[in-house]
Design a protein around this ligand. Structure first.
Ligand code: PRX
Length: 654
């Protein structure tokens, strides 16, 4: 089983101390922990001055007078795009490559900081000409091409906020996100490359904006796929035409530290995705600080590659903002890991001499399955730091990653964080920490984490409990877009009985005798599929929106490759039971979920059943369904209203 279970982890005793050479050259030193411990708030003020250029310096560090609404560096002003671009050019690093971009078909572009700055300036002017300014939201629905990053930076350069919607989400998901944030402009592409084919994006934007009033006044379309697109005159504009026509100069203005930077939607325990709001100064400080220290970044010599798409938080913080704020050279790759050949990623590492590589356990496990003979065909000797994110990494995958990709020597930093936390919260610092495979280990300097029991008492090692962040942090979410009550309720109410605010992350964890933290997965109805967050209730809603479905229950079942997989149990409406076979109904419904939410949410399996296990109060007992989905013996059924239900379900499925 790929996800971590306490039993297997407690027996994990391998330890890997940093090499002397690595420690000697380490960016981070132990006094980071000491100074953060002495004065946590002052520590962050120092980091904000060290990592960020302020148009107007701040004099207040943290305002926590109205929790859970934090303000960091509130009277300071900055321009986030200036921090990621102009200041590097002004410091004489304009010729340094910012992005080595590789398209899936093999086309490639290297863009220097000077060139990236020039393109963002033009894009900002083009967007301003379309009326975008502070207070507006720009939706970005793109393949992983440089223009996706350029559009993000152009938006924030104007003081507007972006809402990036992952290109794999459906038109329906895009529509709800555009509407929720009242986006004014959409930036998209005709199509992008994936698995050797062009997938259309503009068509989904058209569908999302069809029928009904929309806040969107224009759609900017990047030419990438060269596929045919429909055109709405007056609304749709080609990106390249607008950029060419735009003025080249654009002076970056300072905006308040708490100016909204972006909204990013993520799945929660209820049906509707939440728009997580991040602001500027605190977010950029923690993004840059963690990127430098957790990955031991040396901007002059390293080539960094984070494989995330900018549609996810990892792509926001560790593709766009962290690396560019630090003046790093990075790789951006449009396609899938195995197109057009199973060694595509390793070929890219060899081509660009990637030295820091950051990816998800699910990818590592699938490479592991394909065999070490594939990466062994490539020269990966440039690698010196490896990172993992998105889900617990099982020790076998950890060891394989270090041995096969990291030549048996590269430190692995397992980074725990969330869309909501904005930046890394728990991770080893590679020059300082003795690594333990499977553990994310220690809070980064300046972050306070606790593991609590249900009753709010701190758990003693080696027991498990619930992970909370017990002090505000600079990159913390500032709220849920348009819904302050839901923000309080979701994250801050679980331990309301305790003195002091506790941010409840939704994860289980245990802490060992050394104080190292081992993540155990979600404790709520959120699934983690290939490192992506999906909500059981959101998929259930999608299923019952189909006219043939009477009732549906979804569980995340352990899966060798993807960590968890979506498994659904569906009761058909009585007039449908004989209209099609179970196989037909299940194929139709898998497709329906992909259309409603996106292909990532498509269930691995759908079981058509006659009953669902419910308690006397009508609550579906997902735990029992999970037993079925994972092929285990069914657990305790005594609390079911009808104890024969599970027998009926398993008889039908066997
Ligand atoms: O359950 C945790 C898991 O991913 C969740 C956050 O998902 P998302 O907001 O999509 O962000 C993913 C990328 C930061 C967490 O609540 N998770 C993330 N990183 C780890 C992890 N679980 C264990 N170990 C990790 N390193």
């Amino acid at each position: 089983m790929p996800s971590n279970s306490i039993d297997s982890l407690l027996h994990e005793s391998r330890r890997f101390a940093p090499s002397e050479a690595f420690s000697a050259a380490s960016e981070a030193s132990a006094d980071l922990y000491t100074s953060a411990k002495e004065d946590r708030v002052e520590f962050w003020a120092d980091k904000a001055r060290e990592y960020v250029h302020w148009h107007k310096p701040f004099t207040e560090t943290l305002d926590w007078s109205t929790p859970p609404f934090a303000k960091w560096f509130a009277d300071g002003e900055l321009n986030v795009a200036y921090n990621c671009l102009d200041r590097h050019v002004l410091a004489g690093n304009g010729d340094r490559v910012a992005i080595h971009w590789e398209g899936e078909p093999g086309d490639s572009r290297s863009i220097t900081y000077a060139e990236l700055t020039a393109e963002v300036k033009r894009a900002a002017n083009a967007m301003a000409a379309l009326g975008v300014g502070q207070g507006d939201v720009v939706a970005i629905y793109m393949p992983l091409v440089p223009e996706a990053v350029i559009a993000m930076l152009a938006t924030v350069r104007l003081g507007a906020a972006h809402s990036v919607v992952f290109g794999g989400f459906s038109a329906e998901s895009l529509r709800s996100r555009i509407d929720d944030a009242s986006a004014k402009l959409v930036v998209t592409a005709d199509g992008g490359w994936r698995k050797g084919k062009v997938f259309p994006l503009k068509a989904a934007v058209d569908a999302a904006l069809a029928n009904g009033e929309s806040s969107v006044t224009n759609v900017l379309v990047v030419k990438r796929g060269d596929n045919e697109v429909e055109w709405t005159e007056g609304r749709d504009l080609w990106w390249h035409d607008q950029i060419e026509a735009a003025e080249p100069e654009h002076e970056a203005q300072g905006f308040p530290a708490e100016n909204p930077l972006f909204v990013l939607y993520t799945s929660g325990t209820t049906g509707k995705p939440k728009g997580i709001l991040h602001t500027s100064g605190g977010y950029l400080t923690q993004a840059a600080f963690t990127h430098k220290n957790v990955f031991d970044l040396k901007p002059e010599t390293d080539v960094y590659w984070c494989t995330a798409d900018v549609g996810w938080i990892t792509g926001h913080t560790y593709v766009t903002y962290g690396p560019l704020a630090n003046g790093a050279t990075q790789v951006l790759y449009e396609g899938t890991p195995d197109s057009p050949n199973p060694g595509r990623w390793w070929e890219i590492i060899q081509k660009f001499g990637v030295s820091i590589f950051y990816t998800a356990p699910t990818a590592i496990r699938s490479f592991m399955k394909a065999g070490r003979q594939i990466p062994e065909q490539f020269d990966l000797s440039s690698i010196r730091v490896l990172g993992s994110v998105g889900e617990p990494i099982n020790p076998e995958a950890w060891i394989w990653y270090r041995d096969v990709i990291g030549a048996g020597t590269a430190p692995i930093v397992d980074t725990w964080w969330q869309t909501e936390t904005g930046a890394i919260m728990i991770a080893a610092l590679p020059g300082l920490t003795t690594l333990k495979p499977g553990s994310a280990q220690v809070p980064i300097p300046g972050i306070k984490i606790d593991i609590l029991g249900e009753d709010g008492t701190r758990v003693d090692p080696p027991n498990g409990g619930l992970l909370v962040v017990s002090e505000p942090w600079p990159a913390m979410l500032r709220g849920i877009w348009g819904d302050p009550e839901r923000f309080k309720e979701t994250y801050w109410s679980k331990f309301a009985q305790l003195e002091g605010e506790q941010y409840f992350a939704g994860d289980g964890a245990h802490v060992d005798e050394d104080g190292d933290i081992w993540l155990l997965g979600r404790v709520d109805d959120v699934m983690n599929v290939s490192g992506h967050r999906l909500s059981t209730t959101e998929i259930e809603s999608a299923l019952v929106s189909n006219p043939i479905v009477a009732e549906a229950a979804v569980v995340g079942a352990a899966d060798e490759a993807t960590g968890q997989a979506v498994v659904a149990f569906v009761i058909l409406k009585s007039n449908q039971e004989h209209a099609q076979t179970a196989a037909e109904a299940s194929a139709l419904l898998r497709q329906h979920v992909a259309k409603e939410i996106g292909a990532i949410a498509r269930p691995r399996e759908i079981f058509i059943v006659a009953e669902l296990p419910k308690t006397r109060s009508g609550k579906i007992m997902r735990r029992l369904l999970q037993d079925v989905a994972e092929g285990r013996e069914i657990g305790d059924t005594t609390t079911l209203a009808d104890t024969t239900v599970m027998q009926i379900i398993s008889d039908k499925l066997n």
